[in-house]
Ligand binder design. Structure first.
Ligand code: ZN
Length: 247
């Protein structure tokens, strides 16, 4: 039932979706606001860090990677330059970091470093939620409090989540404590795409069809975001490893 509803919603979305403003390249082909944008996609967790886990054994790290790869394909087709922080079941820490007990901090720092080194026009970190109660459901987008570009992107992503994913009344949430969002300026968000602790949502999150819909939602949101932009955001290029350690 839910699958049928989602398929219908996806088709409806495809039919009604019209770009707000369409530019044309010299050869007459439509040019999307995503053309030439560098989008850094960050599939949460990896390797020894599985992230959240459903009762049935679905792992957050697998869902986040699968959604990010699907999203990457859509963005590339629209002419974006996509950088993935990981493309396999791995994290961004070395064996040495693991043995030194700093696997998680190094992993997160390297994700930040990738976003900054690539001068990301947008950064999307993909995660799943899990809480002790089965009661909570719904995708939600997080942004750094006081970051207007992050807030703007979070709003368009949340709009598409509410439109296309399992029903939710969730609003984008401001945070000031998340490592990645504190350190990545500009349009940076964490997309919590659903709760693995809810049985129905975990089944959906594990399905290829729903993952494609999640990817499509974020793709549309990025299209919306860059179609509204009047100028290319200027990335902060004066960042060093030292800033990251001290940030
Ligand atoms: Zn996570």
């Amino acid at each position: 039932m839910v699958s049928a509803w989602l398929s219908i919603m996806t088709v409806v979305a495809l039919l009604v979706w019209m770009p707000a403003k369409q530019a044309y390249a010299e050869d007459g082909a439509p040019e999307s606001g995503l053309l030439g944008r560098t989008i850094v996609l960050d599939p949460g967790h990896g390797a020894p860090d599985s992230g959240a886990r459903s009762d049935s054994g679905i792992l957050e790290k697998d869902i986040t990677l699968s959604v990010a790869l699907k999203l990457s394909q859509l963005l590339q087709q629209a002419g974006a330059n996509v950088v993935l922080t990981r493309t396999t079941d791995d994290d961004l820490a070395s064996e040495h970091d693991r043995h030194a007990g700093r696997r998680q901090s190094t992993d997160l720092r390297n994700r930040v470093l990738t976003a900054k080194a690539k001068h990301a026009d947008a950064f999307i970190s993909i995660h799943c939620n899990a809480v002790p109660s089965e009661r909570w459901t719904g995708a939600q987008t997080l942004y750094q409090r006081g970051n207007p570009a992050g807030e703007k992107l979070a709003k368009v992503v949340q709009e598409r989540f509410r439109e296309l994913l399992l029903p939710t009344a969730r609003e984008p949430a401001a945070t000031s404590t998340l490592f990645l969002l504190k350190r990545i300026p500009g349009p940076a968000v964490i997309a919590e795409i659903g709760f693995l602790s809810n049985r129905q949502e975990s089944v959906q999150l594990a399905s290829q069809a729903y993952q494609r819909t999640v990817a499509f939602s974020i793709y549309l949101a990025l299209y919306d975001y860059f179609s509204q932009q009047s100028s290319v955001p200027v990335p902060d290029s004066n960042v060093t490893f030292r800033d990251l350690r001290e940030g």
